[in-house]
Ligand binder design. Structure first.
Ligand code: NAI
Length: 353
């Protein structure tokens, strides 16, 4: 129920909103909460709902005002995936949440995990996706029968702010190279504006960071040939969405790819994957992507609120899941045989003091 308090630890310091979401969301959320509790993370959660679940609970909207108000109050949320009907029905809650709260930077770290065998070693890149406009503005019009236009929106304000954010982030994370994926050869004005702003920020503020521009189609080819050539990738909304799943596939799939949606005031942490209706309710989902998102949340608390206990809790959890994977304790999607709950237990059992 909205407003329920879920205490993860008795020494609570930070309150975060939990949105369990749809499909596999509640089961992976539950698994993650069990690990956070075992790790004594200094967090308590207030549960609110969104998506199909909010409709099922008769909250009146897929993105209830009470959920938004709670995030605005606490500034931090951990979110499970929300279903969006394809080709009909309500519009995406995920897109609405990001736009309403102005969570303009989606951050998706992509790295090899110990014990997860993939085609490439040493993959360690971060995708930064502009999260508020582009084709996700959802402006579609039926011009006449059989003719639809879908509008790609680009504003200078949003292009500048994502460029500046990405360069700042790269500096803070001691990353050395930014690659902007674009299609400005065709979309000269919209993608062109993103390039303009990225070039300006590079030239005036961050000349020491290596900078390159790669046309999105060639970029995808380069990515699957050798992802280790990329460090930070910055894209507009749609390219970032597609590239995130492609990159997830390079390191073991959607079960191991976390994410964060960050704005100036609020941040919502969620896995890249969706609600996976094909495996929902079967104890098959890998909770690792959401668990990794929760460690990003803890790091964010440490960086923005100076709370070193959060940082230590995140690092403890990271060492524990790395160890679990190394020792072959894995869910089925990455070659193991554990269920959602069993994997969470395997991680909790490996937490050091
Ligand atoms: P999906 O990510 O839900 O599933 C794609 C495939 O990956 C499925 O075979 C699924 O079983 C598998 N998979 C995903 N997460 C997994 C996990 N944690 N462990 C093991 N296997 C996992 O993508 P799909 O099918 O395109 O979308 C389903 C629904 O999710 C749609 O309604 C879509 O709109 C929504 N969605 C929501 C997102 C969000 O809330 N941020 C992001 C992406 C999709």
């Amino acid at each position: 129920m909205p407003g329920n308090l879920y205490y993860v630890t008795s020494m609570t310091t930070h309150t975060a909103v939990l949105i369990p979401g749809d499909g596999i969301g509640p089961e992976v959320s539950e698994a993650v909460l069990s690990v956070l509790e075992a790790a004594k993370a200094p967090l308590r959660f207030e549960t609110h709902h969104a998506g199909q679940t909010a409709l099922d609970l008769k909250l009146g909207d897929t993105l209830p005002e009470s959920t938004l108000a709670a995030i605005r109050q606490h500034h931090i949320a951990l979110k499970g995936p929300c279903t969006t009907p394809v080709g009909k029905g309500f519009s995406s809650v995920n897109v609405a949440l990001r736009r309403t709260l102005n969570l303009y930077a989606a951050v998706r770290p992509i790295r090899n995990m110990p014990g997860v065998k993939t085609r490439f070693d040493n993959v360690d890149l971060i995708i930064v996706r502009e999260n508020t406009e582009g084709l996700y503005s959802g402006i579609e019009n039926l011009i006449t029968d059989g003719v639809v236009v879908s509008m790609k929106v680009a504003t200078r304000v949003a292009c500048h702010r994502i460029a500046l954010w990405t360069f700042r982030y790269a500096t803070h994370r001691k990353r050395t190279k930014i690659s902007v994926f674009h299609k400005a050869n065709i979309m000269k004005m919209s993608d062109g504006m993103l390039l303009d702003e990225a070039r300006k920020v590079h030239k005036h503020d961050y000349p020491n960071i290596e900078y390159e521009e790669v046309i999105i189609d060639a970029a995808q080819m380069r990515m699957v040939q050798d992802p280790t050539q990329f460090d930070i990738v910055m894209c507009e909304n749609l390219y970032g969405d597609i590239c995130s799943d492609l990159c997830a596939g390079l390191v073991g799939g959607l079960g191991v790819t976390p994410g964060a949606n960050i704005g100036d005031d609020d941040a919502v942490f969620e896995a890249v994957h969706g609600s996976a209706p094909d495996i929902a309710g079967k104890n098959l989902a890998n909770p690792l992507a959401l668990l990794m998102s929760s460690t990003m949340l803890l790091k964010h608390l440490a960086d923005t609120r100076g709370d070193e206990e959060s940082r230590r809790a995140g690092e403890r959890i990271r060492r524990a899941y790395d160890r679990a994977l190394q020792e072959g304790e894995k869910t089925r999607d990455i070659g193991g045989s554990l269920g959602t709950r069993e994997f969470a237990r395997a991680v909790s059992d490996r937490l050091e003091d």
